[in-house]
Design a protein around this ligand. Structure first.
Ligand SMILES: NC(=O)c1ccc[n+]([C@@H]2O[C@H](COP(=O)([O-])OP(=O)(O)OC[C@H]3O[C@@H](n4cnc5c(N)ncnc54)[C@H](O)[C@@H]3O)[C@@H](O)[C@H]2O)c1
Length: 451
């Protein structure tokens, strides 16, 4: 077996550059998710709240055998950036500072979580965005960059990144897309190679969406990029290749938060017990700006594709045609302003059991969209930064745990089951640190145990 392959299988700690200095977290979009994330981190830093929902901050990781009783917190096991070392910046076509944007988003309690950090939030003013209404029909913004073509706009984004790094005295950067969902696009000739992409930018080709310009700019600056929306963005041959060539980690798409998170828990349970599924009807009402943007059929189509994919992958109808060969799967999103960010996701699930007898499950998740998304942004920022320092590049499949439509290498398929994703994430951390993989075999406690 080749030496390298042996190292991969048996572990042996990877060289990881220490998390010295400050980490700049650049967010595309300064809306509900971004402001809930930034204000949340600042409240946690001031000891005013707990980072609930964040694995990087709250979870432990078991090491070695169960009898060893070693279970440090993840943040004590791997060298992550400290919350006190995070510095924030964001782009947005709407000129509101982070305080005003957070108040308008209406997610966090103004008195309890925004007023006490008002000065801090007011200091975060959005950098002019690369924005084009063609790609997000329901938005208008005045805080927008001008340039003679898309390539020039991408260069301006690169300049923003360098400026932020220098002026804030940062050691490293990370970019997370938390901006609106763009209209549905499919990969075309302009996305196949760097030369084609750069030419298309110069020609203002319509297949180059703003999110792709941010991704290109980040990769050219050697900055890891995570995509929290379902747009293609880094899910393109040109971006995958560029990330590999420049040794930069990338990943997406679409934060896995409410309804889809529940789906990726329930569907594996049905399959594990060999229960059949005949239909799954999911509907949502939400009244935030994201809901308004998704009310446009073209943005909804992007989201719909992202939400629909997982059942087929989890249930494998080709292997189990009697159980999953005829599933009627429908997803609806309805913009309903009175609800604001407090979404309601209903699921009606028609399953069948022994001898084909039908049963129903109803899930009514009264969730808060941005409260579920904010800890994901934090974990992605910290883990993508870790991946970069550990020399990992290209798609970071081990972070699929956080995404509705995880990116994967050619020839594979996406792993959607939340618990497989969770095991993969933790085993990757063990592997990075040269610890044994946990297979859950456990036979050593019985067959070979000293009686
Ligand atoms: N909250 C969740 O549970 C969740 C889950 C999965 C995905 N998402 C995705 O995360 C994104 C953010 O959600 P949100 O609730 O914060 O939405 P939001 O509408 O409150 O914020 C998005 C912000 O992005 C800005 N924006 C749009 N185009 C931009 C561009 N080209 N450059 C810079 N900024 C731009 C908008 O002006 C807006 O302020 C959405 O795409 C949403 O679909 C959210």
């Amino acid at each position: 077996m080749a030496r390298e392959q042996t190292a991969v299988l048996t572990g042996g700690a990877r060289e990881i550059a220490p998390a010295t200095g400050r980490l700049g977290v650049m967010l595309v979009g300064l809306g509900a998710v971004s402001t809930t994330f930034i204000a949340g981190v600042e409240n946690v830093r001031r000891g005013r709240a707990l980072p609930i929902g964040s694995l990087s901050q709250m979870a432990t990781i078991r090491l070695g055998k169960r009898t060893e009783k070693r279970a440090p917190k993840i943040k004590e096991f791997v060298p992550l950036a400290d919350l006190n070392d995070l510095v924030f910046a964001a782009w947005d076509p709407i000129p509101d500072d982070a305080y005003t944007a957070a108040v308008k988003a209406g997610v966090l309690d103004k008195h309890e979580h925004l007023e006490p950090i008002k000065d801090f939030l007011q200091n975060i003013k959005p950098i002019p965005a690369v924005f084009d209404q063609y790609y997000v029909k329901r938005l208008q913004g005045s805080n927008v960059k001008r340039g003679k073509n898309k390539r020039e706009l991408a260069e301006q984004l690169r300049e923003d990144m360098r400026k932020f790094k220098n002026s804030a005295g940062l050691n490293r950067l990370i970019v997370v897309w938390c901006a609106s969902t763009e209209v549905f696009l499919t990969p075309g000739p302009a996305h196949q190679s760097l030369a084609a992409f750069e030419k298309a930018m110069e020609q203002n080709d319509q297949s180059i969406a703003p999110s792709m310009l941010y991704a290109y700019a980040a990769l050219m600056e050697n900055v890891p990029f995570a995509n929290g929306a379902p747009n293609l963005t880094v899910d393109l041959p040109v971006m995958e290749r560029l990330a590999e060539d420049r040794h930069v980690p990338i990943g997406g798409k679409d934060f896995k938060t409410g309804q889809t998170m529940m789906k990726s828990v329930l569907a594996p349970a049905f399959k594990a017990r060999m229960l059949g599924l005949s239909g799954w009807y999911s509907t949502n009402i939400l009244g935030n700006r994201d809901g308004e943007v998704l009310d446009d059929p073209e943005s909804f189509k992007t989201k719909e594709e992202s939400k629909l994919g997982l059942l087929e992958h989890i249930l494998q109808p080709d292997l189990y045609p009697e159980l999953y060969g005829k599933v009627y799967h429908k997803v609806r999103i309805n913009y309903y302003p009175p609800r604001g960010d407090n979404k309601e996701g209903w699921d009606n699930i028609d399953i069948f059991g022994w001898l084909g007898y039908p049963m129903q499950i109803k899930v009514d998740f009264l969730c808060r969209d941005s409260i579920l998304a904010a800890p994901i942004v934090l974990d992605l920022a910290l883990f993508f930064d870790l991946a970069g320092r550990a020399g990992l590049s290209g798609i970071q499949e081990w972070l699929s745990f956080y995404f509705k439509s995880p990116q994967f290498a050619a020839g594979l398929y996406a792993e959607h089951d939340l618990f497989i994703q969770h095991t993969k994430l933790k085993n990757t951390l063990r592997w990075m640190m040269g610890e044994e993989q946990i297979t859950h075999l456990g036979i050593e406690y019985y067959e070979y145990a000293e009686k």
